[in-house]
Design a protein around this ligand. Structure first.
Ligand SMILES: Cc1ncc(COP(=O)(O)O)c(C=O)c1O
Length: 402
């Protein structure tokens, strides 16, 4: 940005290009097995159903589906999202609690911009979702990390930090949490844990932004109802997405929150993009109505369970014994902790050279710690590539250890 950089706003200068993204870009078109992405398996897209729904929408709703529409979303989709939320265990809500967004990424972007001022105390899990951390980083908050255990965030550590801050007269703004099939950790917080988080929010007076991107994608055991389902005070702002249950190319997500919050988001979105595309909203509403999503989900879960098992088995077989890794109950990722001696960021060029890509785990820590960790995607590569990729990666790791 030598030439035009002087024209950038101060806020834009907080945006960083990702060196990892740049590195991974270099591998495009090369013979590299990517365990780095986060793409759904395209065989899970219900393309035939979407084709017939698209025809139906154009035949019956063309004048509205191709027109500008309301900022909060088309009424048909907001209504269907109330139904879908009911299926996720959230009751007592109306269309007025629903706000349709361009993916849940836009939802998080608008929420953090609406809520977070510089120096605000913000809690995040360690590790947490990279792209959410990046939005937060640009807000310049004071971060507080909650270490992730096999059972989800360490709530004792969380409470201790809340006590410490409050004793110093500090206020807490919010907790950003992915309680179900966490990205990247793969953990799910128990029902008791969810109740405790809510009690803490009430006691210490902060908001919870609950990201339920993988709530419908739990394949071991039940998917506990979201924290939002337990929320009597309206403290929980919930985000959902069609990306993992229908198609990410639709760029559709939603916010479920108290009406007052929804009204603020509406003002914000008017400045961002007026509204989410009407056309895909009509298709998504019809997909929920026709049970396309519900009928497709068992197939998606089955495929991802199989792929996860293939990856875990390969890791078990080939990774060095000193390594530790998550056994995700859902979602799309395995997270691995390697011996401290290994720096996964430094190791990445060597892995790419040998033909495998992953995401170095430090990106998922607000303070860029976790230098010995990595995130591995199992949803996109085919099963053979998963095994091959893990084999190559294991050799790279072992050569670092010698
Ligand atoms: C935890 C989490 N939240 C939000 C998103 C954003 O997804 P989208 O904008 O496609 O809804 C993702 C995508 O991978 C995710 O993993």
């Amino acid at each position: 940005m030598a030439k035009w950089g002087k024209f950038l706003s101060k806020e834009s200068s907080l945006l960083r290009t990702s060196e990892i993204r740049d590195l991974l870009k270099l591998t495009e078109g090369k013979n590299v097995i990517s365990l780095a992405g986060g793409l759904p398996d395209p065989s899970t897209f219900p393309a035939e159903d979407i084709k017939s729904i698209t025809d139906y929408v154009l035949e019956n709703f063309a004048s509205r589906a191709l027109q500008y529409s309301a900022t909060a979303g088309i009424p048909e989709l907001r209504k269907e999202l109330v139904n879908l939320s009911n299926q996720r265990g959230i009751s007592g809500i109306t269309e007025n609690n629903i706000f349709v967004t361009v993916g849940s990424q836009e939802a998080l972007f608008m929420l953090f911009n609406l809520l977070v001022d510089p120096k605000d105390n913000v809690f995040v899990e360690m590790p947490s979702y990279l792209a959410a951390l990046n939005i937060l980083r640009a807000r310049n908050p004071t971060f507080h990390g909650i270490p992730l255990t096999d059972q989800g965030p360490d709530l004792d550590a969380f409470e201790n930090e809340l006590k410490r801050l409050t004793a110093n007269g500090e206020k807490i703004k919010l907790l950003y949490i992915i309680p179900t099939a966490q990205n990247p950790g793969g953990t799910t917080l128990s029902l008791d844990g969810r109740k405790r988080v809510l009690e803490l929010a009430s006691k210490y007076d902060f908001l919870i932004v609950e990201d339920d991107a993988y709530g419908f994608l739990v394949f071991d055991g039940d998917s506990p109802a979201p924290i939002k389902a337990l929320d009597k005070e309206g403290r929980v702002i919930y985000t959902g997405t069609f990306s993992k249950i229908l198609a990410p190319g639709f760029r559709l997500g939603w916010i479920l929150a108290d009406e007052e919050i929804i009204e603020s988001v509406e003002l914000y979105k008017q400045n961002v993009d007026l509204h989410t595309p009407s056309f895909t909203q009509f298709i998504a509403a019809e997909a929920i109505k026709r049970n396309v999503i519900q009928n497709n989900l068992p197939k998606v879960r089955q495929l991802y369970r199989e792929k996860r098992d293939v990856m875990l088995q390969a890791i078990q077989e080939y990774f060095p014994k000193e390594a530790r890794w998550s056994k995700p109950v859902g979602g799309m990722f395995v997270f691995a902790w390697l011996p401290n001696k290994i720096d996964t960021l430094n190791m990445l060029p060597k892995a790419l050279e040998k033909g495998v890509a992953y995401v170095p785990g430090s990106s998922f820590y607000y303070d860029y710690s976790g230098r010995n960790t990595m995130r591995l995607n199992f949803s996109f590569p085919d099963k053979q590539k998963l095994v091959e990729g893990i084999k190559i990666l294991s050799d790279v790791i072992k050569s670092e250890l010698t």
